[in-house]
Design a protein around this ligand. Structure first.
Ligand code: OSB
Ligand code: MG
Length: 368
């Protein structure tokens, strides 16, 4: 096999409801799709970088540049076809994990389609359904938050995660707990606090949270290890876990008791699997995070979440929770039990709709 063509597409899709975190509010998502064409098949990958360097330093523009100038030329020059070869060669370039992951995911989809197998079988997945949670952004008022949570619980989601930031934390958690006393409930600060906020953070122990995600900035494993010793509630790291190396250090330091895995953040599926396996050996449960992906990126996440140590409900929600019209058919749905079925068709196992992709495309570049 050789790869005939690689395409980068910049897409924009409006959210059904704005999404606000400690770093701001967004009404739409602009992201890169990667298409890899060979032997009449197309592999699809999604780059999770946003337009601004808020979640991490990568942006749609930096990822486009790294793909165009370094990663795509390497695939053609060295006739790379297998995702493992790509992973090994892409590692020589520093950083830019989201750009690397987007292309690795497209190569995985292509490889699985060539074999006629769904991705989860290539990854060693075992779960036929994965538990669905929902990540609820900061709202205009507590009442609006309660309404949204109620509606998600009515749809069957197994747990609620809310975004917190200074000023939208203790009082909001108290209200959510009062309204929904038995619901599995967790919070995500996206790094908005510092060690000096430890007394406030320690008060979160009273709400029986399943976990507190990323209270401190990404670089700060050390202060997370201090906070974890002071708190009953498990800390979960997201932004801090950029590699298997970071995962090992976090675990050795006691900086967290749970890890959220995102292929984009760690640079692809190989790195994700290493983190998954390491956590399994060290009895740390993991779950799959999300970056408000389209159905293409989300389908990739679902296959990853089929691995055995994905234990907690994931940030994997139905298509209609994010976008009025997703890019795939059938749309991702949730079962009455609050799970998502892992697709059985080859590759990502859902069908990208080229007409919808075309309608959402702002910019495109073809490489041969
Ligand atoms: O921190 O988990 C996060 C979305 C964008 C950036 C960061 C995060 C999130 C989410 C959304 O929480 C999860 C989802 O895709 O449903
Ligand atoms: Mg997070």
């Amino acid at each position: 096999m050789h790869i005939k063509q690689i395409e980068l597409l910049l897409l924009k899709l409006p959210y059904v409801h704005f999404f606000e975190t400690s770093f701001g509010r967004e009404e739409e998502r602009t992201f890169i799709l990667v298409k890899v064409l060979a032997e009449g098949l197309t592999g699809y990958g999604e780059v999770v970088a946003g337009t601004s360097p808020l979640y991490s330093y990568e942006t749609t523009n930096t990822a486009w540049l790294i793909l165009k100038d370094f990663l795509i030329p390497r695939v053609f020059k060295n006739s790379i076809t297998h995702p493992q070869e790509f992973y090994e060669q892409a590692r020589i370039f520093k950083g830019h994990p989201m750009a690397k992951a987007g292309l690795e995911l497209a190569l995985w989809d292509l490889e699985a389609k060539r074999k006629g197998l769904p991705l989860w079988k290539l990854y060693g997945g075992v779960n036929k359904e994965v538990p669905a949670g929902v990540s609820v952004g900061i709202q205009d008022s507590p009442a609006q938050l309660m309404d949204r949570i109620r509606s998600f619980l009515d749809q069957g989601y197994q747990r609620i995660k809310i975004k917190i930031k200074p000023g939208w934390d203790i009082d909001i958690c108290r209200e959510v707990r009062k309204e929904f006393p038995d619901v599995p409930f967790q919070v995500d600060a996206n790094g908005a606090y510092r060690l000096q906020d430890k007394d406030l953070l320690k008060r979160l122990d009273e709400f029986s949270l399943v976990m507190i995600e990323q209270p401190f900035p990404a670089y700060d494993l050390w202060d997370h290890s201090h906070l974890q010793r002071m708190m009953k509630t498990p800390l979960c790291l997201d932004e801090s876990i950029i590699s298997i190396d970071a995962a090992r250090k976090a675990v050795e330091m006691g900086a967290c008791r749970i890890i959220n895995i995102k292929a984009g953040r760690v640079g692809g599926i190989f790195e994700s699997k290493k983190i998954h396996d390491f956590c399994q050996e060290h009895s740390l449960p993991v779950w799959c995070g999300g970056m408000l992906e389209s159905g293409i990126g989300r389908a990739h996440n679902i296959h990853l979440a089929a691995l055995p140590n994905f234990v907690f409900p994931n940030d994997l929600s139905a298509s209609k929770r994010y976008y009025a019209q997703d890019l795939i058919e059938p749309p991702i749905g949730i079962t009455p039990q609050g799970t998502i079925k892992v697709p059985e068709l080859p590759g990502i196992g859902v069908l990208p709709q080229e007409d919808r992709i075309r309608k959402a495309t702002l910019q495109q570049e073809v490489f041969k």
